[in-house]
Design a protein around this ligand. Sequence first.
Ligand SMILES: [Zn+2]
Length: 202
Amino acid sequence: MALSEERIKEIQERIKDLSPEEQQKKLQEILNELPPEELHELTKQQCPFCGIAEKKIDSKIVYEDGIVMGILDINPANKGHTIIFPKKHHQFLFQLSDTEVQHLFKIINKVSLAMINGLNADGNNIFVANGQIAGQNSPHIIIHLIPRYKDDGIDFKWNFKKIGDDEMSNLAKKIKENISTHKEVKLTKKTLTEYWEEERKA
Ligand SMILES: [Zn+2]
């Protein structure tokens, strides 16, 4: 179901006189009330990566086929920093079909190799943010490929957390027990919009 122009105007009307902070809060409230189809449509319409895939937004394309696209990041961590993404609008990596994931990573490998051969990179980082809390800035899953060089100043290090052996066993158990096939993913959190969509349908 497409989100009508009137519906978008109505949403804009509801937030127009608010401060940017209040707008953000109100928008989140409105998003939480929206039916799943409208929510999906709204995030898709606002999505920069769907715009790029549909060629409504210009980009420096490094790779394209029917399923995925590769473009240069406009805010690169290093020269040649590339973003690979599925053309279809998905928020999370685990929402892709196994075939799409397989194809996506096949292209990631091809582009990684092209960075090493074409840009003389010594290696690359492959970075994925699944969800806003993980640093995802748009509701479209993207994979960052960052070419790496000796002394390039990029640092992905984090401080280690100390966790006891019992808790480590318990954590491993919890993950192990919840490993299921793609289709069986049970979604619960409202902040994860697509999760929420699945929950509402269930
Ligand atoms: Zn999108």
